[in-house]
Design a protein around this ligand. Structure first.
Ligand SMILES: [Zn+2]
Length: 92
């Protein structure tokens, strides 16, 4: 389980998403983006607009997506559960 926030995923707030795969977390941020779009949240509308502009250029979009994926992959596992690492230390 890894954590990324809305901003890290091209959004506009600090809302955290947790998922096991990048596809999953991308889907969660998409859902959140759509919710914010419906609420007409100004900062998210701006972020969505930027993504939409990026989508006009498939190559740039692909690169952006790949970079985010690498960022996700390089995150430590379960970085928001310090308890787990404590257990690990005790058992080893
Ligand atoms: Zn957000």
């Amino acid at each position: 389980m890894k954590t990324m926030n809305c901003k890290q995923l091209g959004g506009a707030c600090e809302k955290k998403f947790q998922a096991n795969s990048f596809d999953e977390i991308a889907e969660m941020s998409k859902q959140h983006g759509m919710e914010m779009f419906q609420k007409q949240d100004e900062s998210h509308l701006k972020a969505i607009h930027e993504i939409q502009e990026l989508m006009q250029k498939p190559e740039a979009m692909k690169e952006w997506f790949e970079n985010k994926k690498i960022e996700f992959e390089s995150l430590p596992e379960g970085n928001y559960s310090p308890l787990r690492s404590e257990i690990k230390q005790k058992s080893s």
